[in-house]
Ligand binder design. Structure first.
Ligand code: 3PG
Length: 307
């Protein structure tokens, strides 16, 4: 009987863990849990007899896979799988999946919350501004971007999106204006919300050249990944554009320098928390457990990302 290990440095809500366990045990499989581990050794030991693994942003590199001789499937309970070495997994015949869309509402709500927070001067009591009527550029129109559009339309924002992988028709259907280039998106929008994955093409792609195109009182919202930001360019933007603000769910490496010089123009959550809701944990965690059962029972490889 397969052993399914849930290994998360950042634990799921207990209610999600309980329900994941139930799905695994109802299938007749063994369930194991490793939470808040603080060394790779702990993870290596825990995976040594696991057949399946459920993780969040946990780094699953070649060394971890080598320590898991029985491992057949890894499911990233979430959207971004940049934390998993896909090549190493493919070489070892390990199937890697994600659970697209399952935590997108949580991330989208946080993105809008962050916009309100900066528009209202971090709730310091001074007069702020409203989101209504302001331009919002949605950079990538996947599950999260689309949900951001739906919520932001309730705020009465004017919506634009750029995504080379999604048709104009699909974007327009949501009441959003598709724009032809990434440059045009930044030129048009006072607010830009990032929803691109971190990969070879997107690393450091949000640079000064792009940011400096943004109109007056520019606000960049990042609930995606810190690696997509060119931090040198970000610092230049802070220095040259006093009107620019940045809010992120993932503090940049240069956070201390920003904190020292640009008070009131930035905010970074202490820990990545876009998907940190009970609902998102339940949606993504249970989807992961079901995908594992379907994989073992029916050979179902829907959502495999290392084809
Ligand atoms: C994702 O890629 O699904 C989100 O960034 C959430 O990541 P987390 O599970 O580490 O909170």
């Amino acid at each position: 009987m397969p052993k399914v290990l849930v290994a998360t440095v950042k634990p799921f809500a207990p209610v999600a863990v309980e329900q994941i366990k139930k799905i695994i045990e109802d299938a007749g499989y063994e369930f194991a849990l490793l939470e808040k581990y603080d060394s790779e050794e702990q993870l290596k030991e825990a995976v040594s007899d696991a057949d399946a693994l459920i993780v969040r942003s946990d780094k699953i590199h070649k060394g971890i896979m080598e320590a898991a001789p029985h491992l057949k499937i890894v499911v990233r309970a979430g959207a971004g799988y940049d934390n998993i070495d896909l090549q190493a997994a493919t070489e070892r015949g390990i199937v890697v999946m994600n659970t697209p869309g399952q935590n997108s509402n949580a991330v989208a709500e946080l993105a809008l919350g962050m916009m309100v927070y900066l528009a209202r001067n971090q709730f310091n009591g001074k007069p702020g501004t409203e989101l209504k009527g302001k331009t919002l550029g949605i950079h990538a129109f996947g599950h999260v971007g689309k949900r951001v559009a739906q919520i932001a339309s309730g705020f009465g924002m004017e919506l634009f999106a750029f995504d080379p992988f999604i048709s104009d028709e699909e974007i327009s259907k949501e009441g959003v204006t598709p724009v032809k280039s990434v440059e045009a998106l930044y030129e048009k929008c006072q607010y830009v919300s990032l929803h691109i994955p971190a990969n070879e093409k997107t690393m450091k792609s949000i640079n000064f050249e792009l940011l400096s195109r943004m109109p007056h009182n520019a606000v960049l919202v990042n609930t995606a990944r810190k690696e997509i930001i060119d931090e040198e360019g970000l610092l230049k933007m802070f220095a040259e554009r006093e009107d620019f603000k940045y809010i992120s769910d993932i503090a940049p490496d240069c956070a201390a320098e920003i904190a020292e010089k640009y008070e009131g123009r930035y905010f970074f959550t202490p820990k990545k928390m876009g998907a940190q809701t009970a609902e998102a944990n339940i949606n993504a965690g249970l989807a992961a457990a079901r995908q594992i059962v379907n994989f073992f029972e029916k050979g179902d490889r829907t959502f495999q990302v290392n084809k």
